[in-house]
Design a protein around this ligand. Sequence first.
Ligand code: ATP
Ligand code: MG
Length: 230
Amino acid sequence: DLWESRGHIEFDEVTFGYNGEKTILPNFSLDIPAGQTIALVGTTGAGKSTLAKLISRFYDPSIGRVTLDRVDLRNLHPKDLRRAIVMVTQEAYLFSGTVADNIALGKPDASLDEIRAAARAVGADEFISSLPDGYGTDVNKRGGRVSAGQRQLISFARAFLADPAVLILDEATASLDIPSERLIQDALQTLLKDRTAIIIAHRLSTVAIADRVLVMEHGAIIEDDTPETL
Ligand code: ATP
Ligand code: MG
């Protein structure tokens, strides 16, 4: 139970369709070396989120396998899987509770110092400290007191504290205000360091910081290159 993932993800001839309906990924293979930052782009319905859901094991392949460090995800202990692979979604979901509780979601035994350090790392400490009760401020279910950009920063702090080997990020499509857009770009750089990252990217600035850009269409990778070449 002290297993540490390196973060090497591989799709090995995966075929997948939801509820045995039409095939979304036909015989799909992809190797993502440990530590690489991938920007995944492509038209709507291409299969980007499906790919992310297979890595997070929301679904299993119909045929083939997805592996982490060469181990089939189906053979990993759910606890190890949850620790190794974290997905941050567009909604940046906050539950009812304090800001601190929300950041510590993946690490409930974290001290306030650790929580603050994570927030500081992603540039969220300043706005949190300015809230009425700081880290003790209650956020309601809809995150009413915090803006979309701030919500995103809280979810980044949460992911930073959880420190997974693999981070999957479905980037927000909604445009954020200019300062928080800058803040989020900087936060992203910090968050991606020293781990494998797969970002479903909607911003050109995100694509630019990736090691590798994958363009997806109809469940297949049609381009696989560096951002400079594309
Ligand atoms: P977008 O850019 O719009 O988010 P995407 O590339 O993430 O698109 P997916 O969400 O992976 O695309 O969808 C790929 C295909 O799978 C689409 O045809 C979609 O209709 C279908 N699909 C997605 N989720 C489900 C589901 N839960 N049940 C059945 N079909 C689904
Ligand atoms: Mg999607």
